[in-house]
Design a protein around this ligand. Structure first.
Ligand code: HEM
Length: 224
């Protein structure tokens, strides 16, 4: 097992863990966005979908645990790589354009990652806690849609979500093509396509998730 931990602890090992966990997180985001876009179809359809997931709670719990492990691996490796990079390439030695570029991206990805982590902690502290442990008035059996509707009627929460989704978009835009590079999948013809696909995914995430707080905030102004 020594060789495996040596490999995983090497710089490229850590990058492969980052890329693999990152792509799995993008997969989660696609599923999460699809579930959340049901909000636009109205309370009945959204609540029905949540109730369907409630019915398979043990499986959902297992998926959440796997997801947590993926997040932990992703963040732990990101921070380790960042500090290793910093140690190996102190700013004063960053003399050529390439290393300046990689220093910029490494710093940008770390800072945007930390902001997304702060978003995630606040997000789970509100929605996840409320969905799983919220105490709701008796008789209100499916208050899920209303929880989200009420949260985004608050302009501070909505603006915070929108800002976080823009940062998430930039993070994903670089992350996607970077994961492909880590795997060594580089090709004159396909790399520009991968870059475009990364940008498309980033835009879908920012616009898709971002449209939800905007929609509910505007609807709350109209008295809905
Ligand atoms: C407008 C945007 C979003 C809305 C309305 C939203 C809504 C929700 C809701 C209602 C839950 C609780 C689900 C449950 O426990 O049954 C949840 C959980 C979660 N959200 Fe979000 N979410 C949004 C964006 C995001 C983003 C951008 C991320 C990641 C960066 C994220 C990550 C998670 C995670 C990890 C969970 C816990 C896993 C789960 O229960 O599915 N969410 N979200």
């Amino acid at each position: 097992m020594g060789w495996l931990s040596d490999r995983l602890n090497s710089s490229i090992g850590k990058k492969i863990i980052m890329a693999t966990t990152g792509l799995l997180l993008i997969l989660f985001l696609i599923i999460h966005l699809a579930n959340n876009l049901l909000l636009f179809l109205g309370p009945e359809i959204f609540n029905e979908n949540v109730a369907r997931l409630e019915a398979i709670k043990p499986l959902v719990r297992v998926i959440e645990l796997v997801l947590l492990l993926i997040f932990v691996f992703h963040i732990y490796n990101a921070l380790k790589l960042y500090f290793e990079n910093k140690k190996a390439k102190p700013d004063k030695y960053a003399i050529n354009a390439n290393s300046e570029n990689s220093t910029f991206y490494s710093r940008f990805m770390t800072i945007s990652g930390i902001i997304i982590l702060i978003f995630l902690v606040l997000h789970l502290a509100t929605f996840w806690r409320e969905f799983n442990f919220g105490i709701h008035p008796s008789g209100e059996s499916h208050p899920f849609y209303a929880i989200i509707q009420n949260a985004f009627a608050n302009p501070i929460i909505s603006i915070f979500y929108l800002a976080a989704m823009i940062i998430l978009g930039f993070h994903l835009n670089h992350a996607f093509q970077s994961a492909f590079q880590t795997f060594g999948w580089r090709h004159k013809k396909y790399t520009p396509l991968v870059e475009k696909l990364g940008t498309l995914i980033a835009l879908i995430m920012t616009i898709g998730f971002g449209s939800i707080p905007v929609f509910f905030y505007l609807a709350s102004l109209g008295g809905n």
